[in-house]
Write a protein that binds this ligand. Structure first.
Ligand code: ARG
Length: 455
């Protein structure tokens, strides 16, 4: 099959050359972007008089009338990538005039443009998915403002928190993920079209016009940079890797909470799986796969960093590998976000088990020390005394609540009010500083998330 660039060649390419060179199966995803970019380019060619207005109009009209979806569309077999495919489809429709579209343009600026437009659109779609997860988190948090659970450091029970406080911790992270993707989108909002193959063009093109038509802030400032820059793809992959890391940590938490050792969370049967051998099993496969797929996303980021690290300016064919990495990470994160959100939305938090767990492990020991501080003891000394009380209780197999006042008195200046101070509900309620788990404070945090969701 003869190539669009065959003029210089006296032989057909080998099958293996085609096999390694063709990217159409990957980059056909940018079909809509390629058409939109081509329409803007043709319009500009007409407006600047580079093409006769009639010719430019015929091209635009034909492009607009191409099928909107590439699925089910028979792509021309000679097309090695989506750019050549769209041009071939156009020429099939209007004949000779279709060959004028590529005036003052190269596939190098074309792919840089299409890829940016595609990622911009995907950032919007991902943002919506993260917002759906945030909505689930805030709804659940509202239901669990008073659901006490132990919070951990080193996976050791540490201090009293609530399920709502916990969920809002993740919500704050996901909100940063949205803002990180928005930053990435803002920075990539410069239009590379018009950079040509690498050194611009001698035609009097209007780059301001195409940038405007395609809703970019401005044209890029250096043509060599325009066709060799993939920072936007790296930033996008980094944003995805950070987002996926968060999902993975949350997924790990879900796996722990579903274990018999915790039993804080019960998954809906529709979001769990069984064992072919052990009849009793109910496994958190969705969460495990979210955790497990994280490696792919990191791999995709590493792939693109590695592809780019040795490349001289400007375009090199190595860069064609960029899209497989980005699309794979995008598909993985998208699936994980959707599955995780649905799994969490249908799960049930066991308030009773979490409260029972909070009752053991001396998570109110800090409050016991603070009790002594309030009576005038220095914190270091109070910490020491509370530590000795904990050791005493651990030896007797008692909780701090179960220790008698007589026993307390042997350690220092205690009265009856110690029991109120160390009750878990009181411990949570007193932590009403900004960021703390007190119900009214967490409500404020929820309202902030909900406000951000409205924006
Ligand atoms: N399919 C190519 C890519 O994705 C398009 C650019 C090709 N440019 C070239 N000079 N061969 O990178």
């Amino acid at each position: 099959m003869s190539k669009l660039w065959s003029g210089r060649f006296s032989k057909e390419t080998a099958k293996l050359t085609d096999e390694i060179n063709y990217s159409i199966n990957t980059d056909k995803r940018m079909y809509a972007e390629d058409i939109a970019g081509s329409i803007a380019h043709a319009k500009m060619l007409g407006a600047t008089g580079i093409l006769d207005e009639h010719q430019a109009y015929e091209i635009q009209f034909a492009l607009m009338n191409l099928p909107t979806d590439y699925e089910g569309l028979e792509l021309p077999p000679e097309a090695e990538d989506i750019h050549m495919a769209v041009e071939a489809l156009l020429t099939r429709c209007i004949g000779e005039n279709g060959k004028r579209l590529h005036t003052a343009r190269s596939r190098n600026d074309q792919v840089a443009l299409d890829f940016r437009m595609y990622i911009k659109g995907q950032i919007d779609a991902l943002t919506e998915l993260i917002k759906e997860l945030l909505a689930v988190l805030s709804t659940k948090a509202r239901e669990h403002l008073n659901s006490v659970m132990p919070a951990y450091t080193h996976l050791q029970r540490a201090q009293p928190s609530t399920y709502a406080h916990y969920l809002m911790a993740y919500a704050n992270g996901f909100l940063r993920d949205i803002s990180r993707l928005a930053d990435c989108k803002a920075r990539m909002n410069e239009c590379p079209l018009g950079a040509g193959a690498l050194c611009g063009t001698t035609y009097p093109i209007d780059r301001e016009m195409t940038a405007r038509e395609l809703r970019f802030d401005k044209p890029t400032d250096n043509s060599l940079d325009s066709v060799s820059d993939r920072d936007f793809a790296l930033e996008f992959l980094s944003g995805l890797a950070i987002l996926q890391t968060r999902l993975s940590r949350f997924a790990e938490e879900v796996c722990l909470w579903c274990s018999w050792e915790f039993k804080f969370l019960e998954l809906d049967d529709a979001f769990a799986t069984g064992s072919s051998m052990m009849p009793q099993k109910k496994n958190p496969d969705v969460a495990e796969l979210v955790r497990g797929k994280t490696g792919r996303v990191f791999g995709d980021l590493t792939t693109l960093l590695t592809v780019l690290k040795g490349l001289p300016l400007a375009y090199n064919k190595d860069m064609q590998e960029d899209k497989e990495a980005v699309f794979d990470a995008l598909d993985t994160v998208t699936l994980c976000l959707r599955a995780f959100t649905a799994m969490l939305a249908t799960s049930t938090f066991s308030c009773e088990n979490a409260l029972n767990a909070a009752g053991k492990g001396f998570i109110n020991a800090t409050d016991l020390a603070d009790y002594l501080v309030n009576k005038g003891t220095a914190f270091r000394d109070a910490h020491e005394t509370a530590g000795r009380i904990v050791a005493h209780c651990a030896e007797l197999g008692k909780t701090l609540e179960e220790l008698t006042l007589e026993e307390y008195k042997t350690f220092g200046d205690f009265d009856d009010s110690v029991y109120d101070t160390i009750s878990l509900a009181a411990c949570v309620a007193r932590r009403n500083v900004i960021g703390g788990p007190a119900p009214n404070e967490v409500l404020r945090q929820i309202e902030l998330i909900e406000k951000a969701l409205g924006e």
